[in-house]
Design a protein around this ligand. Structure first.
Ligand code: NAD
Ligand code: FE2
Length: 404
């Protein structure tokens, strides 16, 4: 644990942060939801008067033909577009700059992001580059995208990050092996479409990992000290939906109802964590992503049970509350037992989805650096229920070392 005075200082700091967040004028995106909502979104873009649009996506989605119907709709509406499909998972500064080059060449005035969190986050930063003449890294951190971004319309194809309704964009700084988040109200998309049918081709292992990312958002937001009634309501609904539909989405990917429910869950969890924040699961997972390119959702899924085990002494009643909303845990069990049952449920889900309990790429000699980065990321950003010092963080991370 940290020194009691330091904890007190951080608690006061985060309480002020909570009041500020509560008062912040979030401008949530207009949401189109259900069958063909992605086409409705495209029509909405045209109605807004956009004439030249940059589509930001990745090569896999282009190959799968996932963007074809939206392109055809743009053609029909007489909206010109260019496509940048160079985004890869955990997008880098170089990929964002390349996308900005395509935007400039084609004089685009709005962006349509189609993809998982990677294309949507890259699109946010491309749109920010168009308005702010400063290096991408200088826009990471809190409220540093001063001049906003181009109008951004988002179609998530994973259920997942919730990036279509968050003020965050996560960028990989390859040179320094870091993942950095830009967080600014002006990074909120203008409108988005939750179109579950676009997700039916998502392979089971990505469905599982991205679904666990959404679950991590809901859980970390719910046990955050900065949780509020409005974030609780969304966190609970998201968790209920994930507990009910993620398994079907993984095992029967073509089930459009399960896909649509997961898209909604991811969106609600995104709104919840935008205001309540996340915690050490994300802080550690970000460093795994930066060092080993571990997919974000997979990293969260592996880390979550260990961080929750550590946090239980300070969050059992909250976690038990969330568990009871989902019908998890013994009916008359006390808070600790119900909360433990919730953590066990997460372990069971991971086991069922083939998500390992350890991270194969993790090296013992990297643990001090990972612990330091995670503590640094969380310190003034996340209102975690139970603080760690670097030694405690090292111990938690050591649980994830592969056995050999
Ligand atoms: N902005 C935020 O608020 C926020 C929150 C959490 C995570 N993130 C970031 O988002 C990124 C991860 O995004 P992600 O987990 O959504 O994955 P992703 O966008 O990296 O995509 C993962 C893989 O899935 C494929 N894919 C995506 N949709 C598909 C579909 N419908 N069918 C078939 N294949 C498909 C992609 O081509 C890619 O290979 C990370 O960089 C993470 O740090 C951002
Ligand atoms: Fe996440």
């Amino acid at each position: 644990m940290l020194h009691a005075l330091e904890v007190l200082f951080l608690r006061i700091y985060m309480a002020i942060f909570k009041v500020v967040t509560f008062l912040m004028p979030f401008k949530w995106p207009k949401v189109f939801e259900g069958a063909d909502s992605s086409l409705e979104l495209v029509r909405h873009m045209a109605q807004q008067g956009h004439k030249r649009v940059l589509i930001v996506t990745d090569a896999v989605l282009v190959k799968l033909g996932l963007i074809d119907r939206m392109k055809a709709e743009l053609d029909k509406l007489g909206v010109a577009y260019a496509v940048y499909d160079g985004v890869e998972p955990n997008p880098t500064v170089a990929q964002i700059e390349a996308g900005y080059g395509v935007l400039r060449q084609n004089n685009c005035e709005a962006i349509l992001a189609i993809g998982g969190g990677s294309p949507i986050d890259a699109a946010k930063m491309i749109g920010a580059l168009a308005k702010n003449k400063k290096p991408i890294i200088k826009m990471t951190g809190l409220l540093r995208v001063w001049k906003g971004m181009l109008p951004l319309y988002a179609v998530p194809t994973t259920a997942g990050t919730g990036s279509e309704c968050t003020i965050a964009a996560v960028v990989t700084d390859t040179a320094n092996k870091r993942k950095l988040a830009a967080m600014d109200l002006r990074l909120m998309p203008t409108a988005c479409a939750l179109d579950g049918a676009l997700m039916t081709g998502l392979p089971p292992h990505i469905t599982a990992a991205t679904g666990m990312d959404a679950l991590t958002h809901a859980v970390e937001a719910f046990i955050s000290r900065n949780a509020m009634h409005k974030t609780d309501v969304r966190g609970i609904e998201a968790t209920q939906l994930i507990m009910k539909y993620l398994d079907t989405a993984v095992t029967n990917g073509s089930d459009v109802v399960a896909r649509q429910k997961m898209a909604r869950a991811s969106h609600l969890a995104g709104i919840a964590f935008t205001q309540a924040g996340v915690g050490y699961v994300h802080a550690i997972a970000h460093k795994f992503g930066a060092l080993y390119h571990t997919p974000h959702g997979l990293a969260n899924a592996i880390v979550m049970p260990y961080v929750l085990d550590y946090s239980l002494p300070n969050c059992a009643p909250r976690l038990a509350e969330l568990a009871r909303h989902c019908g998890i845990g013994p009916a008359n069990g006390d808070d600790l037992h119900v909360a433990q049952a919730f953590v066990q449920r997460i372990r069971d889900m991971n086991d069922k989805f083939g998500i390992p309990r350890t991270l194969a790429a993790l090296k013992a000699e990297d643990i001090p650096e990972i612990a330091k980065a995670a503590i640094g990321e969380a310190r003034f950003t996340y209102a975690v229920p139970r603080y760690m010092n670097t030694d405690v963080a090292k111990g938690v991370i050591r649980h994830m070392l592969p056995a050999n």
